[in-house]
Design a protein around this ligand. Structure first.
Ligand code: AMP
Length: 186
């Protein structure tokens, strides 16, 4: 199974990606987590991306694409994967299409989680209190949601036109949502 998990910030992509990862026995790959890990450990990559992530701006495509390409080529990704937080714009979709063509492993589905904006805002401010993420300031949150609306949301139409989109309501009990996703994938 090769999946994208899509939807706005705060909709629960990371939570669902972790459950699907366990269910299918495939890695959940989050570009946001990769960036945060590198920032925390002050790696060269971390130093290059920190200014973007702190402001809630997208990291340049070239850099993001090369990280994903490298990750998908690793041994544990041979039997499938779940990509969380990538692709986020049309140019990343093209880059992913090229990577998958090269690897000879087509995408199975794009799973889109949905929730109303008020729910997303309240979930994110709660997470800001609990985790203290540098990009959970009100300015950065607003910026990330705006970027999502402008650049990422249109990608759902694109995957729908390819017959690869599954839409699931992201509000409700965590296990019930994951069961619904798995049911639709089957
Ligand atoms: P996330 O945890 O997915 O919200 O990602 C946190 C931050 O990492 C984002 O606000 C971006 O700055 C950066 N980031 C994560 N994924 C991508 C991506 N696919 N393209 C560009 N930047 C990204």
């Amino acid at each position: 199974m090769r999946l994208l998990i899509m939807g706005p910030q705060g909709v629960g992509k990371g939570t669902q990606a972790a459950l699907l990862s366990k269910h299918f026995g495939i890695p959940a790959i989050s570009t946001g987590d990769i960036f945060r890990y590198n920032i925390r450990n002050e790696t060269e990559l971390g130093k290059r991306v920190k200014a973007y992530t702190d402001k809630g701006e997208l990291v340049p495509d070239e850099l993001t694409n090369s990280i994903v390409k490298d990750r998908l080529g690793q041994e544990d990704a041979k039997n499938g994967w779940i990509l969380d937080g990538y692709p986020r714009n049309v140019s990343q979709v093209r880059a992913l299409d090229d990577m998958l063509a090269e690897l000879g492993t087509p995408l199975s589905y794009a799973v889109a989680l949905e929730a109303e904006r008020t729910i997303l805002m309240s979930r994110m401010s709660k997470r800001a209190e609990q985790e203290g993420r540098a990009d959970d300031t009100p300015e950065a949150i607003a910026k990330r949601l705006a970027t999502y609306e402008q650049e990422t949301a249109p990608l759902l139409d694109l995957y729908e036109s390819r017959g690869q989109l599954i839409v699931v309501n992201g509000v409700g009990e965590i296990d019930a949502i994951s069961s619904k996703i798995i049911q639709q994938l089957n």
